[in-house]
Ligand binder design. Structure first.
Ligand code: NAD
Length: 438
């Protein structure tokens, strides 16, 4: 099939390259000229395990191409995916400017029947809006569909190739048939393709992300309670996860969720409720708990040192989670801002996300490609992201390099008793504090 994917970011590029890999001819389109020019040279530009090789393979076989030219891309495609960004507005609502502008732009080149599919995460009613916008500009026959993406950064290729489910929201049997055919190669192992109405499809993405975010905020609230009552969140979490109805996923306490999806999708869901005269009370609480989690962590640091001015802090981990260079809404951003705002000096390490962090903080943070280098003469090490390489570090080396053996661990990587035995002041999330119950 001939496919166009509009928007060549994390989702668009993965979608385009995976669909090319299953034998389709795919054109990835973006308005960002430098991104397209880099992609044409084989530079993927984002850190996503396995993506470079799949892009390279499909470019070589000429099934995957990149362009900034709407006319040629739309005219030659039958299925057109909208995978542009839907960032949050100031009030939490989803900014649909990119979706609308892509829809209007593509509508000029409708030369035959096409299916326009919203893959971006969009509020209920957006796919219908896309249909209405296109209809104002063309007399050509076309269908719209919703096909939200559930991939996770860091395992995006695997998630796309072996999805838990593929959701298709349609209103026409013709579009349903085509999309089922397109996704057939991804169903070989009996993965579920769920066909629903468009509005349910759109809402299912928000509901799924908000549910996962709820689990994270829930366990963080319980972790905070553990600190107050003198309980141990690891024990509590393990007991909870043994219950099959609860399960093990998404109940790890920490600095809270970040990234380009959960924070904006929870906020957008709250806004969707507001637009429909409904207060999303639970989602609002989930959002608040998440925001406070970063503040509470910083307060622990402040409480320990009393005065932060001129203190030096080493940050391990900048990306919002491991295996990605994405720092959007990462807790590390708030932690760095709090510290810098208090007059402290910040040094940072991340295996892949430092360049993105530099764009935000430029000269106000010192970076190193060696995670031990930044520890020298620091007052404390702060852990923001649970990268594997931080999980079993050389604690003696850390102790020797730090000015004082202090670790604030926002991801609960180490055993509290072991750290105490090694002579560290070790503060993490959801454990009885060293200086007693507050
Ligand atoms: N990143 C994820 O893990 C993830 C997972 C599932 C769903 N989503 C959703 O997918 C959508 C895209 O997310 P992303 O992370 O890939 O965003 P992104 O910012 O990485 O990429 C979006 C791309 O769209 C391009 N773009 C914007 N307007 C355009 C236009 N009019 N024409 C052509 N290109 C245009 C931008 O230049 C950018 O390259 C969002 O709605 C997001 O919520 C993201």
């Amino acid at each position: 099939m001939n496919i166009c994917v509009i928007g060549s970011g994390y989702v668009g590029l993965v979608t385009g390259s995976c669909l090319a890999d299953s034998g389709n001819n795919v054109i990835c389109l973006d308005i960002d000229k430098s991104k397209i020019s880099s992609l044409k040279k084989g530079k993927v530009g984002i850190y996503e395990p396995g993506l470079s090789s799949i892009v390279e393979r499909n470019v070589k076989s000429n099934r995957l191409n990149f362009t900034t030219n709407y006319k040629s891309a739309i005219e030659s495609s039958e299925i057109i995916f909208l995978a542009v960004s839907t960032p949050p507005n100031e009030d939490g609502s989803a900014n649909l400017d990119y979706i609308k502008s892509a829809a209007l732009e593509l509508s000029q080149y409708m030369n035959s029947y096409k299916i326009i599919v919203t893959k971006s995460t969009v509020p209920v009613g957006t796919t219908a809006l896309v249909r209405d916008l296109i209809a104002t500009r063309t007399d050509q026959d076309f269908d719209v569909a919703s096909n939200p993406e559930f991939l996770k950064e860091g395992s995006a290729i695997n998630d796309f190739m072996f999805p838990d489910r593929i959701v298709i929201g349609v209103e026409s049997p013709k579009a349903e048939k085509k999309l089922k055919e397109l996704y057939e190669p991804f169903m070989r192992k009996e993965f579920r393709l769920v066909v629903v109405d468009i509005r349910s499809s759109e809402l299912s993405k928000y509901a799924s992300n908000a549910m996962l975010a709820t689990r994270i905020s829930f366990i963080n609230e319980i972790a905070n309670l553990c600190e107050k009552v003198g309980a141990d969140i690891e024990s509590v979490r393990k007991i909870m996860s043994e219950d099959k109805r609860i399960g093990r996923h998404f109940i790890f306490p920490g600095l809270g969720y970040g990234g380009s999806c959960f924070p904006k999708d929870v906020k957008s869901l709250i806004d969707i409720g507001k637009q429909n005269s409904m207060e999303m009370e639970l989602c609002t609480a989930v959002d608040n708990v998440n925001a406070n989690q970063r503040v509470n962590f910083f307060k622990k640091i402040e409480e320990h040192f009393k005065i932060l001015k001129n203190k030096r802090f080493a940050l391990w981990g900048l990306s919002f989670k491991p295996n990605t260079d994405d720092i959007r809404e990462a807790p590390s951003i708030d932690i760095a801002r709090f510290l810098i705002g208090s007059g402290a000096k910040v040094l940072a390490h991340d295996p892949v996300a430092s360049e993105n962090f530099k764009e935000l903080f430029s000269d106000s943070i010192a970076f190193s490609s060696d995670n031990y280098n930044i520890l020298r003469d620091c007052d404390a090490l702060i852990i923001n992201t649970e990268w594997s390489e931080y999980k079993q570090p050389d604690f003696e080396k850390i102790k020797n390099l730090l000015k004082t053996p202090v670790i604030f661990d926002g991801r609960n990587l180490y055993n509290k008793q072991k750290m105490k035995d090694l002579g560290f002041f070790y503060s993490n999330i959801g454990f009885y504090p060293e200086n007693g119950i507050k």
